[in-house]
Design a protein around this ligand. Structure first.
Ligand code: F6P
Length: 283
C-alpha cells in the first residue's frame, strides 16, 4: 500500500503544477457520464495512470474519465478507482478542486474497499488518507507531505452542504433541508465535493447530501470514484455515510460508472436523514 500512497503523492505534485499552469479549456471529448471533459481532466488522468501502471501490486485501475477498467498486473493485489480532478470546472474561477482514490481488493464494490485517499487543491494542498481504521491528514510543504493531524468528527455539527437544485428535490428532502436551516445550520456549498466534504470533516461536522432527484433518481455522484472512498473516510472519522436508508458501502455496484444518492455527516445528522427518509423507502 505504501507504494500506492507514494505514487499518489508524486501524481499530486504534478497535478498541482498542471492546475497552476495548464489550459482550463474544454476538450472535444465527453466522459462516459456525458460530461464534457476539460483538458485538465484528461491531463490529470494521464499523470495518474502513468504512476499506477508502474506498480506491481496493482491489478487494475479505472478512472472516472475512462470507459473501461485498465488491467495493470495480473498478480497484483489492489484495484484502484479514481477521479483525477473532481470539480475541475471550478479551476477557472479559482475555487478548490480535488482528486479522489478508492483502493479495493478482489472486486470493485463498496464491501471491498480497503483504503481511500483524497487530495484537496486549495490555497494549500492537503492529502487525507484513510487506511480503513483512522483518517490522517498530510499537507504539502516544500515538496514533502507532512503529517498534520488525525481527523475525527463530532457527534453533531453545524454545516449543511445540499447538492443539486431545489427544483428537483423531493418534498421530504426539501422539508429536511429547511429543518436543518431552521435549526441554525449554515450553508456551505462550493459545488466541489472534495472541498465541501473536507470542510465538514475539519470543522467538526454537519451534513453533505446529494439525494435522489426528479432528474437523477439514482443521484449524480459515482459510487466507485467518489461515494465509496468518502463513505469509508466518514465512517472511520466516526461519522456516517448512507444512501438515505442503508450504509453506502452496502450499495450494490452493477456497472463501474453507477451512481447513488448519498449523505455523509456526523451521527446526529445522519440519524435525522434516516428518520426523514424511512417512510419513503421503496419496498
Ligand atoms: O462530480 C460531480 C460534482 O462536481 C461534485 O464535485 C459536486 O459535489 C457536484 O458535482 C455538484 O453538483 P450540483 O451542481 O448538481 O450540486
Amino acid at each position: 500500500m505504501e507504494n500506492i500512497i507514494k505514487a499518489i503523492q508524486e501524481a499530486t505534485i504534478e497535478i498541482r503544477h498542471l492546475i497552476e499552469t495548464g489550459d482550463t479549456g474544454k476538450s472535444e471529448n465527453q466522459n462516459s457520464t456525458g460530461d464534457t471533459q476539460l483538458k485538465l481532466d484528461i491531463a490529470s488522468d494521464i499523470i495518474i495512470e502513468n504512476h499506477f501502471k508502474k506498480l506491481s501490486n496493482v491489478k487494475a485501475i479505472v478512472s472516472e474519465e475512462q470507459e473501461h477498467i485498465v488491467p495493470v498486473n495480473e498478480n497484483g493485489e489492489f484495484l484502484i478507482a479514481y477521479d483525477p480532478l473532481d470539480g475541475s470546472s471550478l479551476v477557472d474561477v479559482n475555487l478548490s478542486v480535488g482528486s479522489i482514490y478508492g483502493i479495493y481488493k478482489n472486486e470493485f464494490s463498496g464491501k471491498n474497499i480497503v483504503a481511500s485517499v483524497y487530495v484537496v487543491f486549495g490555497p494549500r494542498v492537503e492529502l487525507v488518507y484513510c487506511d480503513g481504521k483512522t483518517v490522517k491528514m498530510y499537507r504539502l510543504q516544500d515538496g514533502v507531505f507532512n503529517y498534520i493531524q488525525d481527523i475525527k468528527l463530532k457527534e453533531k455539527g453545524n454545516l449543511k452542504a445540499p447538492g443539486s437544485t431545489q427544483q428537483c428535490w423531493h418534498d421530504h428532502h426539501k422539508v429536511m433541508v429547511d429543518g436543518f436551516f431552521e435549526d441554525g445550520y449554515r450553508l456551505r456549498y462550493s459545488g466541489g465535493m472534495v472541498p465541501d466534504l473536507h470542510q465538514i470533516l475539519l470543522k467538526g461536522g454537519g451534513l453533505f447530501s446529494y439525494p435522489s432527484t426528479s432528474d437523477l433518481p439514482k443521484g449524480k455522484l459515482r459510487q466507485l470514484f467518489e461515494v465509496f472512498p468518502f463513505a469509508l473516510t466518514y465512517k472511520c472519522a466516526g461519522g456516517g455515510a448512507i444512501d438515505g436508508h442503508q450504509d453506502l458501502l452496502l450499495v450494490e455496484t452493477t456497472h463501474i460508472h453507477d451512481t447513488t444518492p448519498c449523505f455523509f455527516g456526523s451521527n446526529n445528522e445522519i440519524n435525522k436523514v434516516l428518520e426523514v427518509y424511512e417512510p419513503h423507502a421503496t419496498k
